[in-house]
Structure formats: structure tokens, C-alpha cells
Design a protein around this ligand. Structure first.
Ligand code: SAM
Length: 215
């Protein structure tokens, strides 16, 4: 009963994202399916399907749906692709990646968020592999990846993430200062060559770690 009242706001969000420029219908379908309200506190339920980032505690946020959709679209995921996410947070983006049929690996710096996201994914029946740790170093155990998505703003592109991409793989990462970042889409063209596209300004919480902003 409780969940039914979120169906309409979720559909409205999908329409809003389509008008805002998201073209990949698979991404829109995923956004239309994932219960974002379950990943935030009940006090924020009335804003669960607004196109805005919302607090999830520990000074962190669940990303804005447009940003999640845009980053996912840039990854150009095919079913079975191996995708690494840096910054699990609430688990929202992780669920979107799973819905697209990716094999998802995700790293979160905060232990508490890692445990919460792990439980939320289990509750919703998603099978991503999560770990708590510093994602600026990637996750070498399962490398190389078809795609890597970073969901916190970095001062520079961490070299370990570049190294953990397959040839043909894509890294999507916001890079900039503490106020705004540009979204970089870096494609590994060959063992030694990369191409780069850059998109408008985005606003993320900082990527904190050895190859990110200092602690
Ligand atoms: N993808 C998340 C979602 O859908 O809710 C976005 C969460 S938030 C915008 C970014 C997350 O990155 C935060 O949870 C933060 O703790 C995490 N983070 C920051 N630096 C990190 C690092 N070095 N390694 C792993 N996670 C990090």
C-alpha cells in the first residue's frame, strides 16, 4: 500500500528526465523501477522522486537522478559488462547498473553506508559485490572493467582507475574543484591511448582518499 503512492511520482520523474535529455530507454526504465524512497529517511519521502540530491547521513548524498541517469548513459552498458562503481552511497546508482544487466562491483569509503547499501541491495534482490575501502585505488582483484563510474568529485583522474579499464572500456568521472566539476568520459582506445569527452558542470561531494582529496 505504502509503495503504491510512489508509482506516479516515479513515472513523472522518468518523463522529466526524458525531457531533460536522457535518451537511453533502458536507463529510463531502470529509474522507473527502482524504489528510491526506500534509500532515504522517511522524513524526506515527499522529495524522493524530485530530481535532486538528498542527504543520506555522514555528510553524503544520494545522487540527483539526472546525474545518475547521465553517468549511466555515458557508460554505454551492454548486458554482462563488468562495471566498477566508486562511491556506493545509498546503493541507488548501483541498482540502476544492475537493472541494465551489468555485473557490478562497488566500493564505499564509509563503513556504515557500505553496510546499509549492502542490506538495501539484498532487500531489493540485486546481486552486486560491495566492499568498504578507498575507491581511489580502484578494485584490482576484479580488474579489468568494461566501465568505471565515480560518483564523487575528484581533483584529478586517479591513475589506478585508468589502469583498471579494459581496452575499449570507459571511465566516467567528475573532476574539478570543491564547488563544480566537469564530467569526463575517458575511453581506453588501446593499451596506451585514451580519448576524452567533457560535459557541463556537475556538483558532487568530494572523493576523499589516497588519490583523491586528502582526509
Ligand atoms: N552512487 C551513490 C548513490 O547513488 O547514492 C552516490 C553517493 S554520494 C554522491 C558519493 C559517495 O562517494 C559517498 O557515499 C562517499 O562516501 C563516497 N566516497 C567518497 N570518497 C570515496 C572513496 N575514496 N572511495 C569510495 N567511496 C568514496
Amino acid at each position: 500500500m505504502q509503495d503504491r503512492k510512489f508509482v506516479r511520482p516515479r513515472q513523472k520523474l522518468v518523463e522529466f528526465l526524458r525531457k531533460k535529455g536522457i535518451k537511453d530507454e533502458r536507463v529510463l526504465q531502470a529509474i522507473g523501477k527502482i524504489p528510491r524512497h526506500k534509500l532515504i529517511t522517511t522524513a524526506l519521502y515527499n522529495r524522493a522522486y524530485d530530481d535532486t540530491a538528498l542527504p543520506i547521513g555522514l555528510k553524503q548524498t544520494i545522487s540527483q537522478p539526472y546525474t545518475v541517469a547521465a553517468q549511466t548513459e555515458m557508460l554505454e552498458i551492454k548486458r554482462g559488462d563488468k562495471i566498477l562503481e566508486i562511491g556506493t552511497g545509498s546503493g541507488y546508482q548501483c541498482m540502476v547498473l544492475c537493472e541494465l544487466g551489468a555485473e557490478v562491483y562497488s566500493v564505499e569509503r564509509h563503513n556504515e553506508l557500505y553496510h546499509r547499501a549492502k542490506e538495501a541491495l539484498k532487500q531489493e534482490g540485486y546481486k552486486a559485490l560491495l566492499k568498504a575501502g578507498d575507491g581511489t585505488l580502484g578494485w584490482s582483484t576484479y580488474a579489468p572493467y568494461d566501465g568505471i563510474v565515480v560518483t564523487a568529485g575528484a581533483p584529478v583522474v586517479p591513475d589506478d582507475l585508468i589502469k583498471q579499464l579494459k581496452v575499449g572500456g570507459v571511465l566516467v568521472i567528475p573532476v574539478g574543484d570543491d564547488k563544480t566539476q566537469s564530467m569526463l568520459k575517458i575511453t581506453r582506445v588501446s593499451e596506451t591511448e585514451y580519448s576524452q569527452d567533457e560535459y557541463d558542470d556537475f556538483k558532487f561531494v568530494p572523493l576523499i582518499g589516497e588519490k583523491g582529496w586528502g582526509e
